[in-house]
Design a protein around this ligand. Structure first.
Ligand code: ADP
Length: 494
């Protein structure tokens, strides 16, 4: 068999990518779907549309490559994490729209949990900080607000799943209700050390155990689908960031990848040990393979590529995102200008919801080029702060950084990043690391690839950035950044 089919179910689109034996991309199909905003702060998806678009692109990608089901050794799924779907086990129909990870409707519930001082307990069990982001309060909301849901759930008539479970259920015609451990670890219902749903948390959120999917290895046979014209095993599942970590072959403790998209997601493999963060990072399951669980520390930057969109749409100093690079490169430095893009507060390790975007250090000589350069530097500096927190938590010093995501094509940004971190930054040839990670997990399970060493050999570097900045210059920039951060913090009056 020639291919592995990766289903990459993202927040705005469903994609399908066919990979060959060398880990190369053979064909891609993609379809966007509707974003539903019923009220300010609410974000929903139609789970049926998610399934329809995902099934559609899966067929389309085979068609594009003139491939048949017999050519596909296995399917791997990777997905937007935390988004909650509740459906009727009999009809297979969702009882309401999926509540998306971005949805803030349950923030007040989370405030109450924090006021009850439950944060320690929840962090110890799940590795997470209490936040509306995770699935638990979304499922609770559905049970409390959809008519009859609570009673039906109590009778065992309803099923809950993150998007991977929902796709798996549909792929297998309702035969299999399962998830993988990386997705389970984002629900705030799963004890990441014991490796089981936690009864105390289920009780706290009023969620019956009967609703929950079975939790399986990230690489292994989940079930079979016959929907693509022949039988294909679904053999790998991981949440998008964990899949990207695997796709970057960050499979040894201390290896780190950072994804530069709208925001940034940084994950560090910490091996078989879950490390409780002292710096407000998340402890999460990376994957479980052959029964062995590996963990990661995770930190995110809210505004990264979005700062470049702001230069484009808010300031109008560039026409399209890639224009930022030549503009910023037209000056040798920022001329002392700092942009702290705390447009939505600051995430890890600062966690200041009242911080706001701050542009400081301007003089009469400041130009759009300096601001553009400060925007790129502001992304790299935020990433540096997270990495320092990770190194402190893990007691591991970074050796190199793997990068991916839409903004990692920016060579100037990557050079700044590696200069600030003082370690090489590696951009892989295949930027589709999320889908590739899902393909790797599936391919390992069916022996399309024999072992992780064989996969590691396939990872190819597109460009390696080497640190070229003197330590004194780095210290100067970071101390200016810290002063700029202090101006941005606690700005909005509560
Ligand atoms: P997401 O998956 O979060 O939608 P992508 O990985 O597609 O994001 O990356 C898109 C982001 O990358 C946008 O915010 C865009 O402004 C930014 N971006 C794209 N190209 C560049 C570039 N050349 N330099 C800097 N940022 C860029």
């Amino acid at each position: 068999m020639k291919f592995i089919l990766a289903l990459d179910q993202g927040t705005t689109s469903s994609r399908a990518i066919l990979f060959n034996h060398d880990g190369g991309i053979v064909a891609v199909a993609q379809k966007e779907f509707k974003q539903i905003f019923p009220k300010p702060g609410w974000v929903e998806h139609d789970a049926q549309e998610i399934w329809a678009t995902q099934a559609g692109v899966a067929s389309e990608v085979l068609h594009k490559a003139r491939a048949k089901a017999e050519d596909v050794a296995a399917i791997g799924i990777t997905n937007q994490r935390e988004t909650a779907v509740v459906w009727d086990r009999k009809t297979g129909k969702p009882i309401c729209n999926a509540i998306v990870w971005q949805d803030r409707r349950t923030a007040p519930v989370c405030d109450k949990l924090r006021a009850r001082k439950l944060d320690k307990l929840i962090q110890r069990k799940t590795g997470l900080v209490i936040d509306a982001y995770f699935s638990a309060t979304k499922v609770q909301w559905i049970l409390q607000n959809v008519k009859g849901a609570k009673a039906r759930a109590a009778k065992g008539e309803l099923a809950f799943g993150t998007i991977d479970s929902w796709l798996l259920w549909n792929l297998t015609g309702g035969e299999v209700h399962a998830t993988d451990v990386s997705n389970a670890s984002r629900t705030m219902l799963y004890d990441i050390r014991k490796g089981d749903w936690d009864d105390e948390l289920l009780k706290l959120f009023g969620i019956p155990r009967s609703m929950l999917p079975e939790v399986k290895d990230s690489s292994g046979i989940f079930g079979e689908t016959t929907l693509l014209g022949g039988s294909i095993p679904v053999a790998g599942i991981a949440g998008d960031q964990q899949a990207a970590l695997f796709g970057q072959v960050c499979t040894q403790p201390g290896m780190v990848k950072n994804t530069y998209g709208t925001g940034c997601f940084m994950l560090m493999n910490t091996g078989t040990k879950p490390i409780a963060s002292k710096n407000k990072l998340l402890t999460t399951v990376a994957w479980r393979i052959n029964g062995k669980t590996e963990y990661a520390l995770e930190g995110s930057v809210f505004i990264a590529g979005a700062a470049i969109q702001w230069l484009r749409d808010g300031l109008g100093i560039i026409k399209k995102s890639p224009d930022v690079e030549p503009l910023a490169a037209s000056v040798p430095d920022t001329g002392g200008v700092y942009l702290v893009p705390a447009f939505a507060g600051l995430g890890a390790p600062h966690w200041d919801a009242y911080a706001r975007g701050t542009l400081v250090g301007m003089t009469r000589g400041t130009t759009a080029a300096h601001i553009a350069r400060a925007a790129l530097e502001g992304i790299a500096l935020q990433v540096m702060d997270i990495l320092k927190a990770m190194e402190a938590d893990a007691g591991i010093k970074l050796k190199e950084l793997g990068v991916d995501g839409g903004a990692c094509v920016n060579n100037l940004l990557m050079q700044m990043q590696c200069d600030l971190l003082g370690v090489p930054t590696l951009r892989p040839k295949i930027n589709e690391t999320t889908a590739l990670g899902a393909a790797f997990l599936a391919g390992l399970a069916v022996r399309f690839w024999n072992n992780q060493a064989q996969i590691a050999k396939q990872w190819q570097v597109d460009k390696k950035f080497k640190p070229a900045m003197k330590a004194a210059a780095r210290t100067k920039i970071t101390s200016g950044w810290n002063r700029a951060l202090s101006r941005a913090k606690a700005w909005e009056e509560s």
